[in-house]
Design a protein around this ligand. Structure first.
Ligand code: FE
Ligand code: FE
Length: 286
């Protein structure tokens, strides 16, 4: 367990706590009461993280980050360069039993590969967290990791720690707190501004190169209140609902592949070099 003060820093110290938390939270067959117990006290670092996240992810903040990052002016990197860059994020406070970022990516993608899914999905597993390079650009963790949710409309109580939304300035803006907020009913998720994080960013970086189900897996893999709890139906389109099954198919590979044997980056690299070259140019705009 990391020190609670660690959440204020820019590293990924919250990440392992968070993924363990998510795995516990969405364990199948769990009752609502268990959910609340788990949320309330079990992982204080996670609670503190979401307090900050829910307070500071306003619509204005999201619009500002979209403007800053979706222009893709941070430079050119290959997929491997991004993965190696991301791998420099190490949690100093944690024992070395933890996976590196690349090992998590490879465990996810190798589990997908073993189940015989299409090559584009294996690749999606390999790149799904590369948006966390946002941390290395100096973004705080609350603006990179954790569950995502729509901003500019009423908050669902199915979002983790919904009580913390009361401290978000948008909570007092009446037009942001109606059911549809600034959106048209069933406008589709592509028209919805999600709380800023690594999903939106990686989905945008690769938008021209992967099939649409892959883009849904990337953009919404942290949108748990939608893909696990069925919230925000009033914003989703028929098309989103078709794509939901892909997002759900992806989730267990992200969540439960941890704990499998450590993948060998060296042994796997040739396979992934081929796979990356099949879909991506040598360098991408980030
Ligand atoms: Fe992720
Ligand atoms: Fe992940």
């Amino acid at each position: 367990m990391v020190n609670p003060t660690a959440v204020a820093h820019d590293g990924l110290t919250i990440e392992d706590d968070w993924s363990g938390f998510v795995a516990g939270r969405y364990r199948e067959g769990k009752s609502q009461a268990e959910f609340r117990n788990y949320d309330a006290a079990v992982v204080p670092t996670v609670a503190q993280f979401y307090k900050t996240n829910h307070e500071l992810q306003t619509l204005d903040f999201v619009l500002e980050k979209e403007k800053e990052y979706l222009a893709l002016k941070k430079g050119k990197m290959s997929i491997w360069e991004a993965a190696e860059f991301l791998n420099t994020l190490v949690d100093d406070s944690d024992p070395d039993t933890d996976l590196t970022q690349i090992e998590h990516l490879l465990q996810t993608s190798e589990a997908i590969r073993k189940d015989g899914h299409p090559r584009w999905m294996v690749l999606t597993g390999f790149i799904h967290d590369l948006g966390k390079v946002l941390c290395l650009y100096g973004e705080p963790q609350w603006a990179v990791v954790g569950d995502t949710f729509p901003v500019g409309c009423a908050y669902s109580d199915k979002v983790v720690f919904p009580e913390y939304f009361a401290s978000n300035p948008d909570f007092n803006v009446a037009r942001y707190q109606t059911k549809h907020g600034i959106y048209e009913p069933n406008c589709g998720l592509s028209n919805v501004h999600m709380s800023w994080g690594h999903d939106t960013y990686i989905g945008h970086v690769v938008r021209d190169y992967l099939p649409e189900p892959a883009l849904y897996m990337l953009r919404y893999h942290s949108f748990y209140s939608w893909h696990q709890q069925g919230a925000y139906q009033c914003l989703t389109s028929e098309h989103d609902r078709e794509m939901l099954s892909w997002v759900k198919l992806f989730n267990p590979y992200d969540l439960y592949s941890k704990g499998a044997a450590k993948p060998s980056v060296k042994d796997l690299k040739p396979y992934y070099d081929d796979l990356i070259a099949e879909f991506f140019p040598n360098k991408l705009d980030w």
